[in-house]
Design a protein around this ligand. Structure first.
Ligand code: SF4
Length: 228
């Protein structure tokens, strides 16, 4: 079942995932800064300044040398002025503590002020080549509807299993985009690649209620087992 879901997600992402410029990049610096900017900001707004920002600040050292006033110019376009100073702090910390290289290490990333689990996971997964679950509230909603997962730890476990059957970058993008564009409220199940296996889908609801019990290792009586 995990294999089937992973394959469906990958196929859907190849055809339908959003084409933001940072999704082509595998540079930890670009991913760290972009994910920092994306926090509580529309992706479309970050896309507007992406090229300009990374043409001006090509490396973490160039960013660390910027003045707060300069950065304010960029962040005023996003309407979040405080981010310039926080980003400057992160850039300086990386230059001082990591010789100007964004560390591909969860622990080191999380030690930076302003870098939480989501950003650190995104850097690890999208730039460092280390399959790492990336869970935001949209992903949580998708996995809640499909698997009945209600906690982030459950989601991380599910995504780790999905990664075993496919490309961790594509699967992560698929879950993020599915949650942002299709599995919304109300969900547009007709457009969803998981609509034949989703617990939320009315026709599959009862079957999946039982299947989830199996996945969780709960006892299921023979007459309750899903029809294959
Ligand atoms: S089938 Fe509907 S509820 Fe289930 S994941 Fe897809 S959009 Fe969400």
């Amino acid at each position: 079942m995990y294999r089937e879901i992973a394959e469906k997600l990958q196929g859907w992402c190849t055809a339908k995932c959003r084409g933001f410029p940072w999704r082509e990049k595998r540079d930890p610096y670009v991913i760290l800064v972009t994910e920092f900017l994306l926090q509580r900001t529309k992706a479309e707004n970050v896309a507007k300044i992406f090229e300009k920002f990374f043409s001006k600040y090509r490396t973490i050292r160039e960013l660390a040398s910027a003045s707060p006033e300069e950065l304010r110019g960029f962040f005023s376009e996003l309407g979040l002025l405080y981010r310039g100073e926080r980003l400057l702090e992160i850039a300086k910390a990386i230059v001082e503590r990591h010789r100007g290289e964004v560390p591909c290490n969860m622990e080191s990333l999380l030690k930076m002020k302003g870098v939480g689990v989501y950003i650190a996971s995104a850097v690890m997964n999208f730039a460092c080549g280390v399959p790492t679950p990336v869970v935001d509230k949209n992903v949580l909603r998708v996995l809640n509807r499909v698997f009945g997962a209600s906690r982030e730890s459950e989601c991380r476990e599910i995504i780790s299993r999905l990664y075993r059957y496919g490309d961790n970058v594509l699967i992560a993008f698929a879950l993020i985009d599915l949650g942002a564009t299709v599995c919304v409220e109300p969900p547009r199940c007709g457009e969803c690649p998981l609509n034949e296996i989703c617990a939320k889908h009315p026709l599959r609801k009862e079957e999946w209620r039982m299947y989830r019990k199996v996945l969780r290792g709960e006892r299921v009586f023979l007459e309750e087992q899903p029809v294959s």
